[in-house]
Design a protein around this ligand. Structure first.
Ligand SMILES: [Fe+2]
Length: 428
């Protein structure tokens, strides 16, 4: 080959599941699973979603295609090693299964990915979890069919190859990432999101915003060291295909995010947000996310007594979408100089009518702050109970997320992270 320096990376990878999208799509799960010849299926969900009835409706639909199913509704919102092990144990005892349906947010879909892996192949959760926490064992072969049916517009887990969980004993969030975990099919039905309360719509939507913008501003794939075929990872940095999906996701956010929060029964806005979530997943699921998501780990993990409106009130929590968004304005001020045109383009796509500010570095933060104020996101990490005095305790949790920090085109030091957190105590 001529003209190619093979010490530099020249290759990117991109993957996504097939989609079935639209109002009423969840009524076609039975037909879809029947195409795989499955006879016995485990439906994986959480108690809140189960109470709404969507999993039972899908079970009834499966019966029409002579597919037996059971509903496991023990998914823990923000899953842990403990909750995933319990779910797997249930699936092993009640199995065997020849397919899975995940109904819910990222927690249900990620738990179903783990169950599918651990019932399709030998081994325990820790064998497959990313290094250095687990052994990063590669799934030895194909998994069973898994159909993901998201009920929130947020994580994009239906299109990613990642399963995220908290390791309780180490107080750290990590995961399993391998292309074999990606759902076989994503069935996306905006009707399932019509009754989501405004607080959940706002927080989940900010997760989409951060996926799209972090992915779009991630290090370009050619700037990483060249990898051997067996070293290729799920996240390879921003690349031309991920960029397309992120741009479109930002565009849909501009059209519909505020409406979806303030007029929950607006089906067009709900459909656009579901598409935005999936498109952003098709972007960041291949490119990666960086500082805002790295900061989200300690912000959520060290929660004091914050209890967000519209979420279960039984334990303190910072919803994932809030935790990723609270330091985003400051993080993008920090990363601006490494890719100014991408930051400006993101601001333009998410708010084409925004007033231009004098300092170009402020354009994206001002668009984000205006959006967060309009939809009722807390004002900075101070809004969820932290003060400047907490910053030194938060920093190590962010620094543990080296894989994410290395995805930022300007890799932050410990002092940079402390500075970003301090300036994010209040965002306006
Ligand atoms: Fe996220």
């Amino acid at each position: 080959m001529t003209g190619v320096d093979l010490t530099e990376e020249t290759i990117f990878t991109w993957g996504a599941p097939p989609l079935k999208f639209g109002a009423g799509a969840s009524d076609e799960v039975g037909f879809e699973l029947s195409q795989y010849g499955v006879k016995r299926v485990l439906i994986v969900t959480d108690p809140g979603i189960s109470a709404i009835g969507a999993p039972q409706r899908i079970a009834d639909n499966l019966r029409r295609y002579e597919i037996d199913s059971e509903i496991f509704d023990g998914v823990h919102v923000e899953p842990t090693d403990d909750s995933m092990n319990k779910a797997t144990e249930y699936a092993r005892v009640q199995g065997p299964w020849d397919g899975f349906v995940a109904v819910g947010g990222g927690s249900a879909i990620d738990t179903a990915k783990a169950i599918n892996l651990l019932t399709s192949h030998p081994g325990e959760l820790m064998d497959y979890i990313n290094k250095p926490i687990g052994s990063a064992k590669v799934p030895p072969g194909q998994l069973k069919p898994l159909i993901a049916v998201p009920t929130t517009a947020g994580t994009g887990s239906e299109s990613t190859a990642m399963c995220v969980l908290d390791i309780l004993s180490m107080k750290v969030k990590t995961g399993i990432s391998h292309w074999r975990l990606r759902p076989t099919l994503a069935v996306i039905d905006p009707l399932l999101t019509l009754s989501l309360p405004a607080g959940v719509t706002a927080a989940s939507g900010m997760d989409i915003v951060c996926h799209a913008v972090e992915s779009y501003t991630a290090r370009y794939y050619t700037t990483f060291d060249r990898k051997k075929p067996e070293e290729r990872v799920t996240y390879c940095g921003s690349n031309p295909v991920s960029d397309l999906w992120c741009e479109k996701a930002m565009n849909l956010i501009a059209q519909s995010f505020r409406t979806a929060v303030h007029e929950g029964d607006n089906l067009e806005a709900r459909s656009n947000m579901m598409m935005a979530a999936t498109f952003a997943g098709m972007g960041f699921g291949n490119s990666g996310v960086h500082i805002p998501h790295a900061n989200a780990y300690p912000i959520a993990g060290m929660v004091k007594d914050y209890r967000p409106a519209d979420y279960p009130q039984d334990e303190p929590m910072v919803p994932h979408g809030e935790s990723v968004s609270l330091t985003a304005p400051e993080a993008f001020r920090f990363s601006f100089e490494s890719a100014p045109e991408r930051h400006l383009r993101a601001a333009e796509l998410m708010d084409p009518r925004a007033d231009k500010v004098d300092d170009p570095r402020e354009q994206l933060p001002s668009v984000l702050v205006s959006l967060m104020r309009d939809i009722g996101i807390p004002n900075g990490i101070g809004g969820v109970g932290y003060t400047e005095a907490d910053v030194p305790d938060l920093v190590p949790g962010t620094m543990k997320q080296q894989r994410l920090l290395a995805t930022c085109p300007k890799t932050p030091t410990e002092d940079d992270i402390a500075d970003i957190l301090t300036k994010s105590v209040e965002n306006w």
